[in-house]
Design a protein around this ligand. Structure first.
Ligand SMILES: C[S@@+](CC[C@H](N)C(=O)[O-])C[C@H]1O[C@@H](n2cnc3c(N)ncnc32)[C@H](O)[C@@H]1O
Length: 317
């Protein structure tokens, strides 16, 4: 199947974030098994598959069925590899892979939405176009952003905007939404946000609805819950010595990854005031570096989506 020309253009336009760093630290070798939990447009996949050099297995996962044409094109290009696309939420698929005895050599999670999802205004991820409030990565999932905005209590909305958007005016915005609902389109939501916040706040630090949209997207797709479940499942699906790379795009995600890697390195779960270890737990992994890797100024200039990216890599013990 040929990729429709609009998709071909987008696939070429898509720039994988921190690509050289991922490639260097995952250090994929011919014959290995790679699990790419966030296949998207296959940007990282092309680089990692090239390192397999015609021998090995590439298991792609994505919850968004619209990645299929990108995968078909990838499969044609790397025909000598064993390739599979598993559609679903990555934490569940990783658990299934581990249960089925798959021993991966390298696992990649490149979190968040893809440029391809953002580029389709009808998916409702962007505040820049007036479309129905949707934001589902998997459009067969039940919960949409409109459901949350119109049905969640003001208290729950406040909590979502605070926790997932770190929004200073969370309570005021939730109250304004409560007063104006039903809100069905992105511009109706943007107007409610603008009406709720003080005038000076409308002009600083990017678009005034940026944090509210981010928060709703995280909640609709349970992004943090999925990440929390995926990290132990990924470790389970790796062979000893296998590498795990995670690219995050905001502090909430990075905190989860950092804590997981720090706890995994420590192994011991005894309370800090115990004089000796009684749990006997061994370290589960070794973090490749204490600090996350950040994109270079050049990468950010070429690909602004990389601005907030952080890469953490660990090796399974
Ligand atoms: C940032 S993009 C990946 C881009 C890809 N690395 C590339 O270079 O083309 C993230 C992708 O992961 C998918 N995704 C996000 N969270 C997911 C989850 N919990 N389970 C499965 N797929 C997920 C999204 O649908 C999206 O296609």
């Amino acid at each position: 199947m040929m990729l429709p020309s609009v998709l071909q253009r987008r696939a070429i336009d898509h720039q994988p974030v921190l690509a050289e760093e991922v490639r260097r630290l995952l250090a994929v070798r011919p014959g290995e098994t790679v699990v790419d939990c966030t296949f998207g447009a296959g940007g990282h996949a092309k680089l990692l598959a090239a390192d397999l050099n015609g021998r090995g297995r590439y298991i792609a996962i994505d919850r968004d069925p619209s990645v299929r044409p990108y995968f078909e094109s990838f499969k044609r290009r790397y025909g000598s590899l064993q390739t599979r696309l598993l559609r679903g939420e990555f934490s569940l698929v990783l658990e299934q892979l581990a249960t089925n005895g798959v021993e991966a050599d390298a696992i990649l999670l490149d979190l968040g939405v893809s440029s391809m999802q953002l580029d389709h205004p009808e998916r409702g991820f962007s505040y820049a176009t007036d479309v129905p409030l949707d934001m589902r990565m998997d459009r067969s999932a039940e919960l949409t952003a409109a459901d949350l905005v119109n049905e969640a209590s003001e208290r729950d909305l406040t909590d979502i905007f605070k926790r997932y958007g770190e929004e200073r005016y969370a309570r005021q915005i939730a109250r304004m939404i409560g007063r104006r609902r039903p809100l069905n389109s992105s511009f109706e939501l943007v107007d409610a946000v603008k009406a709720a916040i003080p005038a000076p706040a409308r002009f600083g630090d990017g678009h005034p609805a940026k944090r509210v949209f981010q928060a709703l997207r995280i909640a609709v797709n349970d992004e943090l819950g999925a990440l929390e479940r995926a990290l132990p499942a990924a470790l389970e699906a790796l062979r000893p010595g296998g590498r795990l790379a995670v690219i995050s795009f905001h502090s909430l995600e990075d905190r989860i990854v950092k804590t997981f890697m720090r706890d995994g390195e420590r192994g011991c779960t005894c309370p800090p005031d115990f004089p000796i270890c009684v749990c006997g737990n061994e370290p589960l992994l070794r973090a490749v570096s204490r600090r996350p890797l950040r994109p270079s100024d050049d990468e950010v200039a070429q690909n602004p989506r990389a601005t907030s990216a952080k890469l953490r890599v660990a090796v399974k013990a």
